[in-house]
Design a protein around this ligand. Structure first.
Ligand code: NAD
Length: 477
């Protein structure tokens, strides 16, 4: 993916870190301590499949333990390697600090193409990988809490949680050993959509600031904006759906592994996803758009917003100058290399960086972890009390209107919304929205208020590194 003449993914993250660290007076010792990855565990394990033993290679990298547990997803892909998990673990440290989730950074990966195995085989592989990590406390509710990433989802997280509980039968907090579980297995409402939802909230917040919108040579709000999305997986599907169905944006192109589909009037994202589900993940011949095999060319199409949501290194020195979008929001981790970032900034492109943009996943994972530790669903205690209070208010208003013959009537829509207490999903979305707004404002303050900070990525790193440094200092380092 990333060509040999460009820095690797981990080197790219390091270079971005160093560029920002120049603006903080950390001293070389502390700067180095924050930047380096604390440890990476490599495990090779065998699983008997189809009559013979197959050996798999997996990693769990811990970048920073300035807060514990450390947190970060587990990725299943053939491209997984040590450099990649270390880069992703570092991003997790900075991401958690930026959105104020009380975790250090970690990441894991297994070198495997999950499409090569059936469900039963994947369960055997996942349980064995989990076993190897659990016995070294690399999965543990107090020390290291994984979550889904590329190639994994609720199903794998449920297997991991079950494996941990089989090995730790008296740990009352066992379910908190992993997040992204299905709701029936200790998960939380709104986790599957969380990263896409967070991206939507991030864009909504960006468009609340006309000055920032103007810097991207755009105007107005999200309504009618033309968007290109790369990767219609968990993250890409949810963000594309929310922006088109709820915010009036048009998804004019979607790129997938086997090509791209375009439609100037806007693609029907649910129909496209259903098509993929029925055609082994292919978007070819989708009737709602025009297909082309040139998948990567989608990144270079004219549009208002580009959303790379597949994997790292897709915008590099070789294609950066051809990107036409004035605004890019990094849904994937590391989709823009260090070299491409420089080219795009010189072209005036505004980039909403990964460590902020895709932090919705870890934010809702934090809520899930808290839910597991408190052993109660959010909203369970207060929902009906909230409804009773609202009802009291509505009834009093109606009584006043009747007594004084004022003829007031509350519109049924208002009444229904006002009377509804917050359930878990509403609380999760509210907490996520608040997190994305607050983190954006923290970045923005640095973006506008610090001499020499010219872009949101550097602002995001400055906020994060400053927070990590404070934690280290208060630990006496
Ligand atoms: P996923 O596996 O659900 O989806 C990835 C999608 O990208 C798939 O549909 C795949 O077919 C497609 N794809 C792969 N290679 C492609 C290519 N070359 N061109 C176009 N499409 C391609 O993964 P995901 O969970 O949606 O993660 C995507 C990115 O978002 C990753 O970088 C991941 O680290 C990041 N991320 C995910 C989460 C999460 O909660 N899942 C959270 C934060 C960040």
């Amino acid at each position: 993916m990333i060509s040999a003449d460009e820095p690797s993914f981990r080197e790219s993250v390091d270079l971005m870190f160093r560029r920002a660290a120049r603006h903080l007076e950390l001293g070389p010792g502390l700067e180095e301590k924050i930047r380096v990855c604390n440890s990476t565990y490599t495990v090779r394990f065998g699983v008997r499949l189809r009559g013979q033993i197959q050996t798999f290679t997996g990693y769990r990298s811990v970048h920073s333990e300035h807060m514990e547990p450390v947190k970060g997803g587990i990725r299943y892909a053939l491209s997984v390697n040590q450099d990649e998990v270390e880069a992703l673990a570092a991003l997790m440290t900075y991401k958690c600090a930026l959105v104020e989730t009380p975790f250090g950074g970690s990441k894991g990966g297994l070198c495997i193409d999950p499409r090569d195995y059936d469900e039963h085989e994947l369960e055997q592989i996942t349980r064995r990988f989990a076993y190897e990590l659990i016995k070294r406390d690399l999965i543990n509710p107090a020390q290291n809490v994984p979550a889904p990433d590329m190639g994994t989802g609720e199903r794998e997280m449920a297997w991991i949680a079950d494996q941990y509980m089989r090995m730790n039968t008296t740990d009352i907090n066992g379910k908190a050993c992993v997040t992204g579980k299905p709701p029936h297995a200790g998960g939380i409402q709104g986790r599957v959509e969380a990263t896409g939802r967070g991206l939507q909230y991030a864009l909504q917040e960006f468009f609340r600031h006309p000055q920032d919108v103007a810097r991207a040579r755009l105007s107005g709000g999200l309504d009618g904006k033309r968007i290109v999305v790369q990767g219609l997986g968990n993250v890409g599907y949810h963000v594309a759906k929310f922006l088109s169905v709820e915010d009036g944006a048009k998804i004019v192109a979607v790129a997938e592994r086997d090509g791209m589909v375009t439609n100037d009037r806007g693609l029907d994202i649910d129909a496209l996803q259903a098509w993929m589900a029925g055609n082994k993940g292919s978007i070819r011949d989708f009737p709602g758009g025009t297909f082309s095999e040139e998948s990567a060319a989608a990144l270079e199409l004219p549009c208002d917003i580009l959303i790379p949501a597949a994997h790292e290194g897709v915008i590099h020195r070789g294609n950066a100058a051809r990107i036409q979008a004035p605004l890019i929001i990094e849904a994937a981790n590391g989709p823009i290399t260090f070299g491409a970032d420089e080219i795009l900034r010189q072209m005036g492109c505004v980039i909403i960086p990964d460590l902020y943009a895709n932090a919705g996943g870890v934010t809702v994972s934090y809520f899930e972890w808290v839910k597991n530790l408190s052993h109660i669903r959010f909203g369970r205690m207060q929902r009906r009390a909230e409804e009773a209070r609202s009802r009291l208010m509505v009834e009093e208003l109606e009584r006043l209107s009747d007594d004084r013959h004022l003829g007031w009537t509350l519109s049924p829509d208002f009444k229904q919304k006002f009377l509804m207490g917050s359930d878990e999903l509403a609380l999760v979305r509210s907490g996520l929205d608040d997190t994305m707004r607050t983190a954006y404002q923290a970045m923005r303050e640095v973006w506008y208020g610090t001499e020499g900070i010219e872009d949101l990525r550097m602002a995001a790193y400055v906020v994060s590194i400053g927070r990590v440094a404070k934690t280290y200092k208060s630990k006496g380092l």
